[in-house]
Design a protein around this ligand. Structure first.
Ligand SMILES: *[C@@H]1O[C@H](CO)[C@@H](O)[C@H](O)[C@H]1NC(C)=O
Ligand SMILES: *[C@@H]1O[C@H](CO)[C@@H](O)[C@H](O)[C@H]1NC(C)=O
Ligand SMILES: *[C@@H]1O[C@H](CO)[C@@H](O)[C@H](O)[C@H]1NC(C)=O
Ligand SMILES: *[C@@H]1O[C@H](CO)[C@@H](O)[C@H](O)[C@H]1NC(C)=O
Ligand SMILES: *[C@@H]1O[C@H](CO)[C@@H](O)[C@H](O)[C@H]1NC(C)=O
Length: 435
């Protein structure tokens, strides 16, 4: 059904056809997904209208929690979570103005979407269904590029940068063929129904995807949970990876560093990085601990409340966004992309990723680090959370590029798209001697 050419006319027709099929009872994903396509087929985002209607009804009936009377001081900067007034505004906008089907049309119109099911293999004994965006550049020397998002995010994190990567305004700049999947359990990639799909196994699946697209050698860009996947990919298939660029580096101090800290022998940068890392763990990491330890309990609660779930993701977007002013529309779309198929699978991804994080591979693949500060956020305790010392990066990777930006926060492809693209062009251009 989904193997027609992805022309405007055919997907419009298909949307109409799919809209007429009630999916809710038969399909727990709440969207149409081609079953068991062993090679990529065009994909059309098509969410069950009955589910969207149900979501709207729930937004209308949302009941926010009461708040402390001294919340302005005790919950300053959203330390304890999104305040009642902001949740009320979010629910009101959702009930009165938000239009999922307009967003869905933009998703389908803006980029070329595909689906494939990667067969079970040596690393994971179950098939892995994937949704991904694939945009080819007209440039002859374009580099294939795999973009790996994290939490709370989907392929939409790259929506401002895919165009400039594929067709740079400066024609002398390096161009790219872009492959941007949703991680399993996120967006339109169905969640794994069996345990064990960690960063290494996802990496193996994405490498298979790249090979299916005839890209035997490619670059990787990663962030957040996708960073773990990117690191394991460089370990699995080092000869296939041209380079790995990430804006996300969490490198804990080793025992010698902690001894040096106790002796006042760490550098100023090391001291403030360790301090920020500790502040992150003790003040802002609660969400991840719950994801990793109680994904099903949390999933049971959040899967029933779209606005409540949006509040859960908004808290983190706010804390690490470096003051980026998310519109209510952006908050709801980000949440919807994680809510449609249910919340449990992506929450559980933390259990697998944090387990993998205890044993990160050391890689020789040429690697770039971009660092984006948090000077405009509400929490000065994490201001230097991004600022990993260069020689700590070099313990893990073969660092050939380091670019530090004063601001930008955790979603630089959204908050600073031009600078973000420049780093990508520079890093990969240098690797292939194009300047
Ligand atoms: C929360 O609501 C207050 C009051 O309307 C508003 O000033 C503030 O900008 C909102 N915060 C966010 C992050 O949207
Ligand atoms: C689609 O593209 C338009 C124009 O660039 C942009 O304004 C909009 O945010 C995009 N929508 C999505 C869902 O990416
Ligand atoms: C910590 O890392 C430094 C630099 O790589 C190294 O010299 C030191 O031996 C490490 N300490 C431990 C306990 O691994
Ligand atoms: C490290 O510096 C602190 C504050 O200056 C001081 O109190 C402490 O005694 C020093 N520790 C060592 C081991 O020198
Ligand atoms: C990358 O290339 C640019 C332009 O030639 C140069 O300025 C920069 O120093 C290079 N960076 C690295 C890390 O090689």
């Amino acid at each position: 059904m989904l193997s027609q050419r992805n022309t405007t006319a055919s997907w419009t027709l298909r949307s109409v056809l799919l809209a007429a099929i009630p999916l809710a009872a038969a399909n727990p994903l709440n969207f149409a997904f081609p079953s068991s396509a062993t090679s990529p087929v065009p994909f059309v985002a098509s969410v069950d209208p009955a589910f969207i209607e149900e979501t709207l009804q729930k937004a209308r009936r949302y009941m926010p929690s009461i708040d402390l009377l001294d919340a302005a001081e005790s919950n300053a900067g959203w330390l304890e979570g999104p305040p009642r007034e902001n949740m009320t505004a979010l629910a009101g906008f959702w009930a009165e103005e938000y239009e999922w089907f307009q967003t869905q049309d933009e998703i389908n119109n803006n980029l070329s979407h595909y689906a494939v099911t990667i067969p079970s293999g040596a690393h994971y004994e179950h098939p892995i269904p994937l949704h991904f965006v694939h945009e080819r550049s007209a440039a002859e020397d374009a580099i294939p590029l795999l973009l790996l998002h994290g939490w709370p995010s989907t392929h939409l994190e790259w929506s401002k940068v895919i165009g400039p990567l594929v067709a740079p305004t400066d024609t002398a700049a390096q161009a790219f063929h872009v492959v941007a999947p949703d991680l399993p359990g996120f967006g339109f990639s169905p969640a794994p129904m069996y345990s064990g799909l960690g960063a290494r196994q996802m990496g193996a699946a994405f490498d298979q995807l790249m090979r299916q697209l005839w890209y035997s050698s490619y670059g990787v860009i990663s962030t957040d949970l996708g960073w773990y996947v990117g690191l394991f990919l460089t370990d699995l298939v080092p000869d296939s990876i041209i380079g790995h660029l990430s804006d996300f580096w969490i490198i804990p101090p080793n025992a010698t560093d902690l001894e040096r800290l106790a002796q006042n022998q760490t550098t100023e940068q090391e001291t403030r990085y360790i301090t920020a890392l500790r502040a992150w763990k003790s003040n802002h990491f609660g969400y991840a601990t719950v994801h990793a330890q109680l994904p099903l309990a949390l999933g049971q609660a959040l899967t029933d409340t779209p606005v409540g779930f949006a509040g859960w993701v908004w808290e983190l977007m706010h804390i690490v966004g470096d003051g980026y002013a998310y519109s209510l529309d952006e908050v709801i779309t980000s949440a919807m992309m994680l809510f449609i198929q249910g919340t449990w699978g992506k929450l559980r991804a933390y259990k697998e990723a944090l387990k993998d994080g205890e044993n990160l591979p050391i890689t020789k693949v040429p690697t770039g680090a971009t660092q984006w500060g948090f000077p405009n956020g509400d929490f000065k305790d994490i201001q230097y959370f991004y600022d990993v010392p260069r020689d700590w990066l070099e313990r893990l990777v073969n660092l050939v590029y380091l670019s530090t930006h004063e601001g930008g926060g955790h979603f630089p492809a959204l908050s600073q798209p031009e600078l973000w693209v420049q780093d990508v062009q520079m890093f990969f251009g240098n690797l292939t001697n194009k300047t």
